[in-house]
Write a protein that binds this ligand. Sequence first.
Ligand code: NAD
Ligand code: MG
Length: 398
Amino acid sequence: MAVREYGSVQHITILGATGSIGVSTLDVIARHPDRYAIHGLTAHSRVEELAAQCERFLPKVAVVGSANAAQRLQALLAARGVRTQVEYGAEALCAVASAPECDTVMAAIVGAAGLPPTLAAARAGKKILLANKEALVMSGQLFIDAIASSGATLLPIDSEHNAIFQCLPRPYQRSPAQHGIAKILLTASGGPFLTRAVDTLAAVTPEEAVAHPNWVMGRKISVDSATMMNKGLEVIEAHWLFGASANQIDVLIHPQSVIHSMVSYVDGSVLAQLGNPDMRTPIAHALAYPERIASGVSQIDLAAVAQLCFERPDFDRFPCLKLAYDALTAGGTAPAILNAANEVAVQSFLNREIGFRMIDQLIARVMDTLPHREATTIDDVLDQDRSARELAYSYIQP
Ligand code: NAD
Ligand code: MG
């Protein structure tokens, strides 16, 4: 591998390397072998894909979800003559995210499973590229405190938050008012059901729900986009990343997904970040920050886009968005309860155990039943996460 003329090579661990974000991250990294080397790659069960990634990127460590998956990976790597060390399980995930040889962690596991290793990276003072919004939604202030006390760096990968980050002044002190910011304008495509008759939503299938009009993503976030829970989680994510209160964050539907979000200032200025909807742009931005590198994304042709449209979201069509605002306002472990109930509901919908409209009903029922409390420790959060899952399952399979 070529040695950089300035700076040094960044050693990266990708949590969730076989997912949509993981694959896009490796695509950007492969374009810059002089800048980046891979320390660790992790996957849950897609062992063949992980073996191919190991052969190409030669990580020091690879982590999978089970002993069986580890055995299969070991055999595939031995057959290819790859000497990557194979580990499995939750502790190994935390270890590969906090290893001294690793500088940067791409947190791209989907859902609550990503919280422990992402937090381990935060506590170890790493540069964290955060795609796994659920981890921050669940742990909130505890995660922000871990970043502050270890001196870790947190850079948003979610396209909206990456856009907001790019539109904020530097340095930014986590207080919108202090910087003359009136509002954060979080844009949303509205997903596949923006214009579908509301009374037909109960009958939509998983295939229809995951068919996002503008973005190609994992199945869970695709369903979240169809319910707009994704935007709700992003409101909570924006609260923690930028220190904005619920009434300083407005969601604006923008079906073209060309403006990835905006910051509105008290003098009347609105700053926006635009580009083609391709996650390699925010990934490249965060990897190289404060420099800029090529990402493989083509320049946007604004004349071809021609029109940019905006509308306000309708809470009757998208009740999950309202539930997320309510959880943010309630505070404490309420966002962790919301997130856990949503993960169970989405998985059950994808398994065809419940209908699409049951997703919001199930979450609302769990939130109404399980009292939230202060989130003093991560154990409080994980405990509430477990209770909310159990309750949600009990409603699905009484
Ligand atoms: P995905 O389903 O494509 O990939 C998920 C990855 O997590 C896979 O590598 C999988 O092996 C791993 N994983 C799943 N369950 C696991 C478990 N229990 N333990 C350990 N690893 C596990 O998901 P994705 O679309 O890449 O999304 C990843 C994260 O990034 C999510 O939090 C999502 O909200 C966020 N995000 C994704 C996009 C996007 O465009 N895909 C955009 C913004 C944010
Ligand atoms: Mg997003």
